[in-house]
Write a protein that binds this ligand. Sequence first.
Ligand code: AP5
Ligand code: ZN
Length: 216
Amino acid sequence: MILILLGPPGAGKGTQAQRLQDKHGLVQLSTGDMLRAAVAAGTEVGKKAKAVMERGELVSDDIMTGIISDRLDQPDCKNGVILDGFPRTEAQAEALDRMLAEKGLKLNAVIEMKTDDDILVERITGRYTCANCGAGYHDIFLKPKVEGVCDKCGGTEFTRRSDDNAETVKSRLTAYHEQTAPLLPYYRGKGILKQVDGMAGIDEVTAEIEAALPTI
Ligand code: AP5
Ligand code: ZN
């Protein structure tokens, strides 16, 4: 199964992708995580992406489609993937259609996580991640069971993203509305767009996504 989670920064794409990965054995392909790993490793892609990400703008379509195409060819993706953060422009969506056709794969569903902009800043500025396993948390909405200890791996070190400040979030929201939201009619036209209420609680959103998953 190939699924796209589509929504603005802070809509809950990463949170729900982790749950789908754990429950259905699909692989979460987060282009944001891949770029942050490239920045940390100091690769050529990372050097190009660093300043763009800190401004809250989008990295070039060529780089992004290349990354996803290579990743889809890896053996762990054979059972299916959740695309989290890709595609983000019409050019990326068209490139995805072409690469899936070439690889003999099919896009099964696009799930839009509908949210109001005014809650997103609170969600994003309260977010943090386990430095060891990458599990995501929130200061208010998703605390670990034992304070300061990751539920998944027992790790005690956590990190916050450098682009998770109120200023950069505004640019990321503008990029979403101008460049990514036009993908909604694109996928609606293909008859594969489903919507869930991204404003609901985390468990309710999970239940809505489960109900929206196609049976294949
Ligand atoms: P990326 O890492 O993809 O960031 P984003 O799209 O801005 O999305 P976020 O990770 O901020 O939000 P999310 O929807 O995953 O929310 P989360 O689940 O964490 O991209 C970063 C940058 O990389 C981009 O700005 C761009 O520069 C570049 N980039 C990446 N892909 C690209 C591409 N394809 N093309 C070009 N450039 C690209 O939730 C947020 C918080 O809220 C968490 O703490 C969570 O616990 C909490 N939360 C989640 N759901 C709920 C809920 N229902 N109720 C209450 N709290 C909730
Ligand atoms: Zn952990």
